[in-house]
Write a protein that binds this ligand. Structure first.
Ligand code: HEM
Length: 357
């Protein structure tokens, strides 16, 4: 007779399924993280490419040591990818002869050229280690997370399993999905609510402007011909020094207090009327978002928790999963568009061999 302490295979199966599903529950629910969409997983590459995250992290540590500004570029790249047609790597695609691409639409022209090269370099390193199984959109999501962490921001888990899109958006679709810096809070709240973001998410996501730079042309409408009355006078004078004309070709820091550190000083800037864009400063002027700005300025942890929440949501916008899309062999082109050049063939052979042995 079987002892009562011995589990039947049915019981074992039941217990192991409970354990299997509980790890997802533990990761997302217990940490208070947003739910993940079907097809993505917190452990997607744990067995098939266990070194993925360390390859990306180690490489970016070196890249940022040489130029910390690249962190901001990568964070913005992921945002521009996700808001237009979903996080499908479409912003990385070069245009075809058929017309201008998402990449060359006005808001994307100020993405850093270096950011595209960094993503492609990461892809090459990852594919060399694991074969062609990780998408460019997953790599962009991990790079954005590491940009936040390596500049002093919060660490967070990134659900993975995105596939790369087969086409890019039109210029119009790109413009319609990325809000202009001249937008006020009403426009911001309305436009972002269509993507599932509430007022707290909007204020938290805007906090990404705690790192990075802007070109003069993105905000000089607040200086010329008339100075925006909501702008601190000394701040405005300094900006005029950096941007003597409305179309000056210079750049300024987004967060005057700590431009290269991911912290809550951006909200302190807003409270001192030193926000760079109308879309930033109006978050403090508008009664619907003012208290959220103040609470983030007072308590960095509150900002970090809400930022992580909003980033995980953003990183899952309209993702392609399962059999949708493809895993690109080069981030700037669809697999079908691949030019058959000798360098590509050699690289693919190398990747196949290193993944096998
Ligand atoms: C919600 C409305 C937003 C508007 C209107 C906006 C607008 C802008 C503009 C105009 C620039 C400067 C571009 C230039 O002239 O070079 C910029 C930079 C930047 N944005 Fe945003 N943005 C928004 C949201 C976000 C979000 C959600 C993120 C990321 C989660 C983000 C991350 C960044 C970063 C890191 C930079 C600096 C980039 C660099 O240094 O290369 N922005 N943004």
């Amino acid at each position: 007779m079987a002892s009562t302490s011995v589990y039947s295979s049915f019981e074992l199966l039941f217990i192991s399924s409970l354990l299997f599903f509980s790890q997802y529950f533990i990761l997302s629910e217990a940490q208070g993280l947003p739910p993940i969409v079907k097809g993505l997983s917190w452990t997607f590459f744990d067995s098939s490419c266990s070194k993925l995250e360390s390859i990306v992290r180690k490489r970016l540590e070196k890249v940022f040591k040489d130029d910390i500004g690249q962190a901001a570029g990568l964070l913005r790249l992921h945002f521009h990818d996700c808001f237009v047609q979903g996080c499908d790597g479409s912003v990385l695609l070069d245009g075809s002869a058929g017309g201008p691409s998402e990449k060359t639409a006005i808001p994307n022209l100020t993405l850093r050229k270096e950011s595209f090269k960094i993503i492609e370099d990461l892809r090459e390193r990852v594919h060399k280690e694991c074969g062609k199984i990780v998408s460019c959109s997953d790599i962009a999501a991990l790079a954005a997370r590491d940009a936040v962490v390596l500049t002093g921001g919060p660490n967070y888990v990134v659900p993975l399993g995105r596939r790369d899109g087969l086409n890019f958006a039109t210029e119009n679709a790109t413009l319609n999905n990325l809000v202009a810096p001249t937008a006020n809070t009403t426009t911001l709240l309305n436009r972002l609510s269509t993507k599932g973001f509430d007022a707290t998410d909007v204020v938290a996501l805007s906090g990404a402007h705690t790192i990075g730079i802007s070109h003069c042309t993105s905000f000089t409408e607040r200086l010329y011909p008339n100075q925006d009355s909501t702008m601190d006078k000394t701040f405005a004078n300094n900006l005029k020094g950096s941007c003597p004309k409305a179309d000056s070709n210079n750049t300024v820091n987004l967060d005057i207090r700590s431009p290269n550190i991911f912290d809550n000083k951006y909200y302190v800037d807003l409270m001192n009327r030193q926000g760079l864009f109308t879309s930033d400063q109006d978050l403090f002027t508008d009664q619907r978002t003012r208290n959220i700005v103040t609470s983030f300025a007072k308590d960095q942890k509150v900002f970090f928790d809400n930022f992580v929440n909003a980033m995980i949501k953003m990183g899952q916008l309209n993702v392609l999963t399962g059999g949708q899309g493809e895993i690109r062999a080069k981030c700037d082109r669809r697999n079908n568009d691949k030019k058959v050049d000798i360098a590509t063939v050699v690289e693919e052979l190398e990747e196949t061999f290193s993944a096998l042995f």
